[in-house]
Design a protein around this ligand. Structure first.
Ligand SMILES: [Zn+2]
Length: 183
């Protein structure tokens, strides 16, 4: 940040009194512009042991498969954001179940919160951010064409849990590095 979004005066980066890390400070109006992690909410949508994936129609990772998920908006609950993203990206309105995977990625200051959700019919369709949306059985998952490590981690949890028949909350800390190019 170079200029204050409140008054337009140039900001400086320093540790405010009583704080312990540098922030963008406005010397004009005194606003401290805190930056905090962003939450990405989404769903692991299941239908008869198959999972709903979307092929991205947007960068980054155009053409690769992902779970329906996206940045929370102000004024939403996590659950609302997860369902909204699932509707926008996959045209699906599943029933929300438990919170399933929480992934912290401190290197890029993001937190993924993914719910389990169940689809009771096969009504889904690609939204504007998806090229294609379809259900995958565990042995059909395109492991080499997944958009993000978080998606791969989550699908691995799902695959294991489907074998066990027991779903528990998984909390994952990961250092997101660029996923290798498509194989
Ligand atoms: Zn200001």
């Amino acid at each position: 940040m170079n200029f204050c979004s409140n008054c337009g005066v140039a900001t400086t980066r320093r540790v405010p009194d009583g704080d312990n890390r540098p922030r963008d400070l406005c010397e004009g109006c005194g606003t401290i512009h805190y930056q905090n992690p962003k939450i990405i909410a989404g769903c692991v949508v299941l239908r008869e042991q198959k999972v709903l994936l979307c092929r991205r129609a947007i960068e980054p990772r155009y053409g690769l498969w992902t779970l329906p998920a996206g940045f929370m908006e102000n004024g939403e609950t996590v659950a609302q954001a997860a369902l909204r993203e699932t509707w926008e990206e996959a045209g699906a309105t599943p029933d929300l179940d438990q919170l399933y995977v929480v992934t912290s990625i401190p290197t890029i200051s993001q937190v993924y919160m993914l719910y389990l959700a169940y689809l009771h019919d096969e009504h889904f369709a690609s939204g504007p951010e998806s090229l294609e949306t379809r259900l995958f059985a565990m042995d059909e998952i395109p492991w080499d064409e997944l958009a993000f490590h978080t998606v791969r981690d989550t699908l691995q949890c799902l695959k294991n849990d489907l074998v066990e028949g027991v779903f528990t909350l998984h909390t994952i800390d990961r250092d997101e590095t660029p996923i290798s190019a498509r194989v």
